[in-house]
Ligand binder design. Structure first.
Ligand code: SOE
Length: 382
């Protein structure tokens, strides 16, 4: 077997996403024929002891406690940003300037200005880049994209999508600090709009094209929470719930909703699309099933099919077990890493690129603006 070229990775952050990405880099070359072999060179985090523990667990060769030192290292090809949102722009821009490939957790920036600067940086440096919008890589969603691209749905009339959680309902939950920075607007940028709706929007624009205008409402149900870093009770500035109506460039209408206050729902990401000839629906709790209705089916037998997307001819599935055996959440990241490395080997860009991430941030910014102005807001053109 030919010796594979090494792809030397330096990751920033060791939280939830640090784990999903590390697992993806380890597994991708074991299941996909990749021209490069990811090498876990270094993990960077401020707490050296914890970074060391993470490095031991995942097999990183070394640790750094300053991301600038990580970027300065000549033995690292790719910087993977898995740290909180307030760090994305600064690290990505510096990494690109140093000529590193840059992978970044979603959302790309806290604002459109940050995201645009990141797009400019990777553009001027000419370095490969990617945003980890992992749910595109659920096989059922990739199948849906293929069915749409084949024109099976005809003209699209409707798109609807939700992301429902319930983990912030308690008034006693503090904001800020590890694990809870998503509640701190200075770090996160926004609440569910940037954290959850960003997934719905990335998926929607990938499947159904650009969103052109939005009208939104947001709400912060719990107005004050103790801040973990200051110890004081402070105003909550994130949106706890966010919903919007929009128009797509293709003329279809859509309804989106995300909340962390839907008691009983942990991570219910849903998608439905209705076209002239066909409809489809999907949800993350049953992620291997694509529900499909085709109006061209014979009348008496016409009905919704629940396709178990686990066969060898379904996207990604021939690389896994045997037909009928399903895969899960972690595999979406493995597919993302594999697609990036495959594209690298072929000298092309893998989506979603930073430019795609900026397109999502433009919509989330329009949503937050509309919620303030009470007006329809246009999404700035790319
Ligand atoms: C929030 O709870 C969260 O972890 C998001 O940050 C992720 O992006 C989403 O995939 C699951 O929910």
């Amino acid at each position: 077997m030919a010796v594979k070229k090494e792809l030397n990775i330096g990751i920033v952050g060791y939280g939830f996403m640090g784990r999903t990405h590390s697992n993806a880099f380890l597994q991708a070359p074991r299941f996909f024929p990749l021209a490069y072999r990811p090498v876990l060179k270094s993990v960077c985090a401020r707490n050296a002891d914890r970074a060391r523990g993470f490095a031991e667990n995942w097999g990183y060769e070394s640790i750094e406690t300053d991301w600038k030192a990580l970027i300065d290292r000549k033995d690292i090809d790719l910087i993977d940003i898995a740290s909180p949102n307030d760090t994305h722009a600064e690290i990505a821009i510096a990494a690109a300037k140093a000529g590193k490939m840059v992978l970044c957790e979603k959302p790309l920036g806290r604002t459109v200005d940050e995201a645009r600067a990141m797009v400019d940086a990777v553009g001027s440096a000419g370095v490969p880049n990617l945003v980890w919008y992992n749910y595109r890589r659920v096989p059922a969603m990739t199948l849906l994209k293929q069915l749409l691209d084949e024109g099976r749905f005809g003209r699209i009339f409707h798109y609807r999508s939700q992301f429902l959680q319930d983990w912030t309902i308690s008034q006693d939950l503090p904001q800020g600090g590890e694990g809870l920075w998503r509640l701190d607007s200075a770090i996160a940028g926004s609440g569910v709009t940037g954290d959850l709706l960003a997934h719905n929007i990335d998926m929607a624009q990938w499947l159904n094209g650009p969103i052109v205008e939005v009208t939104a409402v947001t709400e912060t149900f719990i107005k004050e929470r103790k801040h973990n870093l200051t110890g004081r009770v402070e105003p909550v500035r994130i949106d706890d719930a966010s919903a919007f109506l929009c128009r797509f460039a293709n003329g279809s209408l859509a309804v989106f909703e995300a909340t962390r206050y839907a008691r009983g729902h942990k991570a219910l990401f849903t998608v439905e699309i209705n076209g002239e000839k066909a409809s489809a629906s999907w949800d993350l709790h049953d992620l291997h099933r694509l529900n499909y209705f085709d109006h061209r089916d014979e009348g008496q037998l016409r009905g919704w099919k629940s396709v178990h997307v686990t066969d060898g001819d379904h996207p990604y599935m021939k690389h896994w077990w045997v037909p009928g055996l399903q895969i899960g959440y972690e595999h979406t990241f493995i597919h993302q890493a594999a697609d990036f490395i495959l594209a690298l080997g072929e000298g092309r860009a893998a989506a979603p690129t930073f430019r795609d991430g900026l397109a999502t941030d433009r919509v989330t910014e329009a949503v937050l603006k509309s919620a303030k102005t009470g007006q329809w807001e246009k999404v700035a053109a790319a």
